[in-house]
Ligand binder design. Structure first.
Ligand code: HEC
Ligand code: HEC
Ligand code: HEC
Ligand code: HEC
Ligand code: HEC
Ligand code: HEC
Ligand code: HEC
Ligand code: HEC
Length: 482
């Protein structure tokens, strides 16, 4: 289900209107009996028209020009658009790419297309300023609810979050190109224009928290690839798996290992992937859930959301597992108990209450075990080393124990927690608690040794490519600050 203030909300209202009218007719049919008992005939209420909706099939000639010329220039791109629901709804290139003449990202090169003599559509009268970048703000003209939800999410705000807490960035431990081709590829770049063109260090990019020139956050194509803009690819786990993978957040591997992933492998080809937005029904359109089913798509009374922080009762990316509202860099405006009920309601489309609650009981115990048995004691040891000045606090990652501590929570600590959340015992145990235990033992052994001999840890003098700027980007924080 979609937020009832949106288009589908209108659809729901329309359906309601239909049933209300049916009720009205039934009431009329029963009138004779009513009057027989001396009651007044019920008044037929004239319900207000549910909404205005007009589809205009015409399009301006300048829009026809885009289509005709690009059909020749980029048949692949055109075909994607032609098969999209946008094309059926008469949403053209112009509706998304037309820019204000003064926008910084207007393609100056593109104006040359309107001086072409080899193409009938290359005429000055079709000339329109276009920009390649299409932002959530542009989509929000027609999809305001999705964009409002997205704006609250950690996806949209990830640049602020990572700059607030990550030592790689805050202590300049990696270089600009390592960041651009690594971190920011997934998290998003800050788009910049250089010499009238988009700066290639920042573009192309569809990171979830990309900061756009119009101030909006994100790129909707991180999950809905252009120009199909389908719900289909976003509903498949692979859409999330491009970023949610690897040693520190192996959600796609966890999913593949789970029964839900097995079922997707076996029956995925039978799922109704392109069911209309908000109508994708668990158990009916698909047998086993995907990432989207549990984290985003609506089911039962739970509405579709573009805020992936909804439905979570734990913040388990953090070193210490806490509630999402307690996460200092970006406290969620949610109540974990309410959100847990929402997720459980999704599970209960296919499972019984007891099954689901018992799963959560185990999950909570895993969180506690990780926090109390591993993380807290390791943190205490690390603090002791700093207090005794056996480890140097000015830089992270330049001493081996710091790396060990980091991987303890950031790699195996997350794997244990997330494996348990999403039903993957191999991640919970072999890639999780087993390695956590190993790491913990090594970490404590070496720490104790340093303390016993009052010996300072070896510091890497030659730390490669530690050239990244430590100035927090003013675009994210308002003004430049260290
Ligand atoms: C006469 C042919 C022609 C017409 C008409 C035309 N384009 Fe293009 N367009 C091109 C070609 C060729 C390119 C690739 C070269 C370039 O970027 O200038 C291009 C590039 C683009 C780009 C990418 C620009 C960038 O900076 O990467 C966008 C977006 C675009 N066109 C949208 C449109 C839209 C929207 C319209 C209609 C308003 C339109 N085009 C009309 C031929 C055309
Ligand atoms: C629903 C909005 C929408 C419509 C309709 C649309 N585009 Fe796009 N287009 C986008 C988005 C989003 C991107 C990716 C840009 C970004 O990440 O900001 C894009 C990227 C592009 C690019 C540059 C990337 C590339 O792959 O070369 C071109 C060129 C382009 N569009 C042309 C067109 C043309 C031609 C049409 C009409 C056939 C069209 N677009 C219709 C939203 C749209
Ligand atoms: C392959 C894509 C990818 C790359 C590359 C990547 N990240 Fe991430 N990052 C993610 C995902 C996905 C998450 C969410 C993890 C989760 O929820 O388990 C995340 C989480 C984080 C978090 C935790 C945020 C929180 O809310 O606690 C920080 C900080 C972070 N990344 C920083 C970085 C930095 C800095 C780099 C480069 C040095 C980087 N990431 C490289 C995808 C990536
Ligand atoms: C993290 C992945 C992801 C991102 C990023 C994303 N979407 Fe979606 N979107 C989805 C999924 C999954 C669905 C399908 C929901 C369902 O099953 O009906 C969807 C559905 C939609 C729909 C159909 C109506 C609805 O709400 O179900 C629209 C419109 C939409 N998205 C627009 C956007 C816009 C605009 C953005 C950028 C602000 C965006 N999406 C970014 C995953 C994403
Ligand atoms: C001018 C209006 C308009 C703009 C701008 C627009 N859309 Fe749409 N979009 C529509 C209409 C109309 C539909 C069809 C009704 C529906 O499915 O919600 C639609 C449908 C969708 C769907 C559902 C497709 C499906 O498979 O059911 C997605 C996803 C989507 N749009 C994403 C986007 C994204 C992302 C952007 C910005 C890059 C965008 N739209 C810009 C009007 C627009
Ligand atoms: C382009 C990369 C990318 C894609 C695609 C992506 N994510 Fe994420 N996701 C991230 C990053 C980065 C973070 C970490 C944000 C932060 O905490 O700073 C994240 C965080 C999350 C979180 C944790 C939110 C929280 O509050 O702790 C969830 C849940 C999530 N994503 C689900 C999904 C789902 C489901 C999909 C697919 C439908 C998806 N993501 C697609 C990059 C991505
Ligand atoms: C069966 C439903 C289900 C499926 C399928 C699923 N998840 Fe989850 N996911 C959960 C549950 C339950 C949690 C823990 C929720 C809580 O905090 O209460 C969770 C936690 C997470 C988290 C950790 C968020 C945080 O901050 O602690 C991320 C990230 C995530 N999932 C992403 C994904 C991705 C990506 C996929 C697909 C590859 C996926 N999930 C598939 C149910 C699911
Ligand atoms: C679309 C239906 C659907 C949804 C939604 C769903 N599941 Fe499942 N789940 C299944 C099916 C089908 C199986 C396989 C049952 C079997 O093994 O016979 C399964 C298996 C499981 C298993 C057993 C795993 C194993 O390895 O044997 C657990 C635990 C589980 N689900 C928990 C959950 C939880 C918790 C949620 C919500 C966060 C959830 N499921 C959401 C359909 C669903």
């Amino acid at each position: 289900m979609v937020n009832p203030t949106g288009k589908e909300g209108e659809l729901m209202k329309r359906r309601m209107t239909f049933w209300l009218s049916v009720a009205g007719i039934l009431a009329l049919v029963s009138v004779p009996g009513g009057t027989a008992r001396g009651q007044k005939a019920p008044k037929v209420v004239n319900l207000p028209k549910a909404k205005e909706f007009r589809l205009e099939r015409s399009m301006p000639e300048s829009a026809v020009a885009c289509l005709e010329c690009h059909k020749q220039e980029n048949p692949g791109l055109f075909a994607d658009w032609a098969r999209s629901r946008h094309a059926s709804a008469n949403i053209t290139c112009l509706d998304c790419h037309q820019a204000e003449a003064t926008d910084p990202d207007v393609s100056q090169e593109h104006f040359k297309q309107y001086q072409r003599s080899d193409n009938p559509w290359g005429q000055a009268k079709y000339r329109v300023p276009v920009a390649a970048v299409v932002t959530p703000k542009d989509c929000s003209r027609c999809h305001p609810d999705e964009v409002t939800q997205y704006n609250r999410s950690k996806h949209a705000n990830t640049l602020e979050i990572i700059w607030k807490l990550d030592p790689w960035l805050n202590e300049g431990m990696n270089s600009a190109i390592e960041r651009a081709s690594g971190c920011f590829y997934c998290h998003g770049t800050i788009l910049k224009v250089k010499d009238g063109k988009l700066d290639p260090l920042t573009w192309p990019n569809v990171g979830v928290g990309r900061l756009n020139l119009d101030g909006s956050k994100g790129g909707c194509t991180s999950c809905h690839t252009r120009h199909r803009f389908a719900v289909m690819d976003a509903r498949k786990p692979e859409a999330c798996g491009q970023c949610h993978l690897g040693p520190d957040h192996p959600q796609i591997e966890i999913y593949q290992e789970s029964k839900h992933g097995d079922i997707y492998e076996a029956f995925g080809h039978e799922y109704l992937w392109d069911a209309a937005p908000g109508t994708w029904t668990p158990g009916v359109d698909y047998r086993g859930p995907t990432c989207a089913s549990c984290h985003m798509s609506g089911a039962g009374q739970v509405l579709t959301t573009h805020d992936v922080t909804e439905r979570l009762s734990w913040e388990s990316q953090a070193p210490l597992s806490i509630r999402p509202s307690e996460f200092k860099p970006f406290p969620a405006q949610t109540d974990w108990k309410v959100e847990r009920k929402k997720m459980q309601a999704i599970c209960m489309q296919c499972h019984s209450k007891g099954w689901v609650e018992d799963h959560y009981t185990k999950m909570d115990l895993v969180m506690k075990e990780y926090n109390d048995t591993y993380f807290k004691p390791a943190k205490k040891k690390l603090d002791k080393l700093y207090a005794k000045k056996l480890l140097d606090k000015s830089k992270f990652f330049d001493e081996r124990l710091e790396v060990e501590f980091y991987e303890l929570w950031h790699h195996e600590g997350r794997r244990a927690r997330m494996g348990a959340q999403m039903m993957a015992p191999d991640y919970t145990w072999w890639h999780g608690f087993y390695e956590l235990k190993n790491r913990f033992v090594r970490f404590v052994e070496e720490a104790n040794d340093l303390i016993k001999h009052n010996r300072k840890a070896y510091r890497a003098v030659e730390y490669p490519a530690a050239t990244g700027t430590t100035t927090k980007p003013p675009e994210v924080f308002g003004k430049a600050n260290k």
